[in-house]
Design a protein around this ligand. Structure first.
Ligand SMILES: Cc1cc2nc3c(=O)[nH]c(=O)nc-3n(C[C@H](O)[C@H](O)[C@H](O)COP(=O)(O)OP(=O)(O)OC[C@H]3O[C@@H](n4cnc5c(N)ncnc54)[C@H](O)[C@@H]3O)c2cc1C
Length: 424
């Protein structure tokens, strides 16, 4: 598999997509790769023909949506062609009576959210407004602080149209849930980071816009009781999301060591009022910070050049201990009690430009938690130039089975090679 895409590859792509294939001059550096060719199909036929042509040439590709999170995942191996989904864009069908929508993978999330909001619906995908695309959100399947209310990314997907490395098309699921029989294949593609197939379009299930929304913000001590309170809050009937954040991550000036608790309740007014009042009873609310839960969401995944960002999944009962394991100078923490996730941001602490000793310490701490707390750890951002060979999906189980699945879907390792867990 050639790292420098050859001119016959560009010619082969031009035969199927014409001007949709181009030489990148200068070459683009993305996800640890060096790209000299780009193909941007406009239809599923062009996508299918492009992948068929690339497979015939033995050329690997890096799939790209809007390109806002290409640093996520392991570095790509041996690919010199970018496959952009930006032209696979637009709403295909929107049934506002049933609350379902089908859209192309390249559709900007912002655009999709506006279309459905105009008819009183909410898109149950809530990424920061950094211009991401539908395909990118589904391929990464990272959720935000409102996962309790909106559900995980996989639950939003009713059906997918994908194209395999061979160029064969695969349809799984459809607009109606009962159409899914056998294995729920759509769920396999969601979160597979573009290693099994290219998502061409998706059917999504929408949620009604809530009639009432209440936001509560409190300053709380860093105690076990605080974590228990956050868990009780997220288990209230109208809770859409609850987050704890270290004061360093707040816009408020709280005493050192204190935490900010942000809770959002959404639904029918009596329920949201009752739940917000329950949380406030005997406590003094902060004036809501600008942005409320949106600000929390935007903080999650905010790039940290030179630093390390990690996502740690634990049992709800282990969240307080996970927090204590990671807190310290130069560390910003953000925790969601259920499903229990901790987002940690480690500022770089180099003594000199090439000093990555701090990185080794951080990785040792994170790996220690995997064993002591049975946690799952994903490094979402690794500092550029970090020495060593680190799988950012730390200690993923069932790798043998996953490799067998990859071999079946993409035997020549054409799609996003090396990016996923275990360098799949
Ligand atoms: C609160 C919140 C925070 C988030 N924070 C992060 C974060 O820190 N890091 C992160 O990575 N994600 C994060 N996400 C997920 C985020 O929604 C997506 O990563 C982002 O929107 C990607 O959009 P994009 O089009 O820019 O994707 P891109 O950056 O273009 O691609 C992201 C990945 O998806 C693959 N991909 C893109 N399109 C397709 C397709 N059509 N078919 C197959 N594979 C495809 C790419 O190969 C790449 O590996 C977050 C989500 C939420 C809700």
């Amino acid at each position: 598999m050639g790292v420098a895409a050859n001119s016959s590859c560009l010619e082969a792509l031009r035969e199927v997509v014409g001007e949709g294939a181009s030489a990148l001059e200068p070459a683009r550096g993305v996800a640890g790769g060096h790209f000299v060719t780009e193909v941007a199909p406009k239809t599923i036929e062009e996508l299918s023909d492009s992948l068929r042509a690339l497979t015939a040439q033995g050329e690997s590709v890096l799939v790209e949506g809007a390109g806002t999170q290409m640093h996520y995942g392991n570095p790509v191996e041996g690919a010199a062609t970018l496959l952009s989904c930006r032209n696979l864009s637009g709403v295909v069908e929107f049934d506002s009576a049933d609350g379902v929508i089908q859209a192309g993978a390249g559709t900007p999330l912002r655009e999709l959210a506006e279309v459905v909001a105009a008819e009183g619906w909410l898109l149950p995908l809530d990424p920061p407004d950094r211009g991401g695309s539908l395909g990118g959100v589904l391929a990464t399947a990272v959720s935000g602080p409102r996962e309790r209310g909106l559900g995980p990314v996989r639950d939003a997907v009713l059906g997918l149209d994908t194209v395999l490395a061979s160029g064969d098309r695969a349809r799984c699921g459809a607009r109606v849930v009962k159409n899914v029989t056998g294995y729920d294949m759509a769920k396999l593609y969601v979160g597979s980071l573009g290693t099994l197939g290219v998502i061409e379009k998706a059917w999504l299930r929408l949620k009604p816009v809530p009639l009432s929304c209440r936001l509560v913000e409190l300053e709380v001590p860093p105690s076990d009781e605080t974590f228990a309170l956050a868990l009780a809050a997220v288990r209230r009937g109208s809770a859409r999301g609850v987050a704890l954040r270290s004061v360093a991550a707040n816009s408020h000036e709280g005493p050192e060591g204190s935490l900010g608790l942000v809770a959002e309740f959404a639904g029918e007014a009596p329920a949201t009022e009752a739940d917000a009042d329950w949380l406030l009873r005997g406590r003094t609310a902060w004036a809501p910070a600008e942005g409320g839960m949106d600000a929390v969401r935007d903080l999650q995944g905010l790039p940290l050049p030179g630093g390390l960002r990690a996502r740690v999944h634990v049992l709800p009962a282990g969240l307080a201990e996970a927090w204590r394991c990671l807190e310290g100078p130069g560390v910003e923490l953000l925790a969601y009690p259920e499903p229990a996730v901790l987002h940690a941001r480690f500022a770089p602490r180099p003594n000199g430009a090439d000093d990555f000793a701090w990185l080794g310490e951080v990785l040792t701490r994170l790996d220690g938690m995997r064993h002591s707390l049975d946690a799952q750890v994903v490094i979402e951002e690794m500092p550029a130039g970090a020495p060593g060979d680190h799988d950012v999906f730390r200690g993923t189980p069932n790798l043998g089975l996953m490799r067998a699945i990859k071999d079946r879907f993409d035997p020549s390792r054409i799609l996003n090679p090396g990016r996923f867990a275990g360098r799949i």
